[in-house]
Design a protein around this ligand. Structure first.
Ligand code: UD1
Ligand code: UDP
Length: 366
């Protein structure tokens, strides 16, 4: 089988690392990088750190308005698909690269598999919500990380070819735990911080960064917290922080975005995570670290339901209060599968699943 995989943004390189490794054992994969993320710390570092193969095609689209960026990607991906004639196109998550890849394939009648299908925030002001809804409705194989995702699709009338496979990010996390970088000291040592003696923060969502007042509320909260805050800053947020002249207090440690292995160490050694990232909410949970989510809703509702994640929005008082008082329950049930989601995705591509396994993956759709 020949599969064209479309990636472009940081979380997609991470997800692709799990699936690509399995896919390439038996199939031909053409990895297409749209260029949506291009700084070394946002792109190359993940190819190096996760042993992800170099892209077969780099489209170098880069930053732009939603229409300009998505339109340029649509045109360029179409060119690759016409040249490669794949059996499947594989898209991940909910970025503009996801939508462009799915749309280009759908218009050429090439079957599409969507990894991380079915997630919904029910907030259509998020560009990600538009991307994920459209990608799901165009896809032929919907690979869901949770029962909730399966139900969300059913509520929109999608019940054929929907499979509960678990989350490929758990596969990557397990891989990372077994592959520490032997060539350098861990990031905790490099930064000179104390294990479980700091909060880890990330902020990059458009709803939190495009509006300077919203971002400044969150940054005010960080400045008011009486504990060390380690904050790897996404370039989008960095730009806005420069524009507003943000002055971090001495306990707020701003660093460049870090590679995946460093991030896993930073999350796992934090006392608490403060984030608006989708990926971090789950990784904090899997690593047993409580999380405060700087949003009013989440697609990863299970982490909230089990009591390890609290939605605190951008209100500084609420954030500071929660930092001081939040304590998760003792119970920590397994969420989002068993860490073998990529195997299931590849089995499903091949249509080689035995009937027992098919019934197991499909059980939540009935
Ligand atoms: C994108 C995704 C978002 C995902 C995030 C992961 C969309 C609509 N959004 O958001 O769902 O959570 O990636 O990180 O696809 N920039 C750089 N260097 C880079 C990349 C970006 O400087 O390598 C700056 C540019 O100023 C750019 C801005 O960041 O305009 C935003 O980048 P963009 O890719 O449009 O969106 P993200 O906020 O990264
Ligand atoms: N991540 C990373 N370095 C960073 C910030 C994030 O490796 O400096 C990882 C993080 O651990 C997770 C993924 O990137 O695996 C999440 O990406 P991001 O927060 O950019 O996007 P989202 O998940 O919100 O779409």
């Amino acid at each position: 089988m020949k599969v064209v995989s479309i990636v472009g943004a940081r979380p997609q390189f991470i997800k692709a690392a799990a699936v690509s490794r399995k896919l390439r054992q038996h199939h031909e994969e053409i990895l297409v990088h749209t260029g949506q993320h291009y700084d070394y710390e946002m792109s190359g570092i993940f190819f190096d750190g996760l042993e992800l193969p170099k892209p077969n095609a780099s489209l170098e689209i880069g930053s732009g308005s939603h229409g300009a960026q998505t339109g340029a990607m649509l045109k360029a991906v179409e060119g690759v698909l016409l040249a490669e004639c794949p059996d499947y196109v594989l898209v991940y998550g909910d970025t503009n690269s996801t939508l462009a890849g799915a749309l280009a394939a759908a218009k050429l009648s090439i079957p599409i598999a969507h990894v991380e299908a079915g997630l919904r925030s029910f907030n259509r002001r998020m560009p990600e919500e538009i991307n994920r809804m459209l990608a799901d409705h165009l896809s032929n194989l919907l690979l869901c990380p949770s029962d909730t995702a399966v139900s969300n699709l059913a509520n929109e009338g999608i019940s054929q070819n929907v499979h509960l496979v678990g989350d490929v990010m758990l596969d990557v996390l397990n891989w990372a735990k077994q592959h520490p970088d032997p060539n350098r000291a861990g990031i905790i040592e490099r930064l000179g911080i104390r294990k479980h003696g700091y909060l880890l923060a990330t902020v990059h969502r458009s709803e939190n960064t495009d509006d300077l007042e919203q971002l400044s509320r969150i940054l005010r909260a960080f400045n008011s917290i009486g504990e060390q805050v380690v904050f790897p800053v996404h370039p989008r947020s960095r730009k806005m922080m420069v524009e507003m002249g943000f002055q971090p207090k001495s306990h707020v440690c701003l660093i460049d975005p870090v590679g995946y292995l460093d991030m896993v160490e930073l999350i796992g050694s934090a006392r608490l995570v403060l984030t608006d990232s989708g990926g971090l909410q789950k990784e904090a949970y899997w690593l047993g670290i409580p999380c405060l989510t700087l949003r009013n809703e989440t697609e990863w509702v299970e982490t909230v339901e089990v009591g390890w994640n609290v939605l605190v929005g951008s209100n500084p008082d609420k954030i500071v209060d929660a930092v001081g008082s939040f304590s998760p329950p003792a119970s920590h049930p397994a969420l989002y599968g068993d860490g073998a989601a990529a195997d299931k995705c590849v089995d499903l591509f091949e249509g080689r699943l035995g009937s027992a396994k098919k019934a197991e993956y499909a059980k939540s759709t009935q």
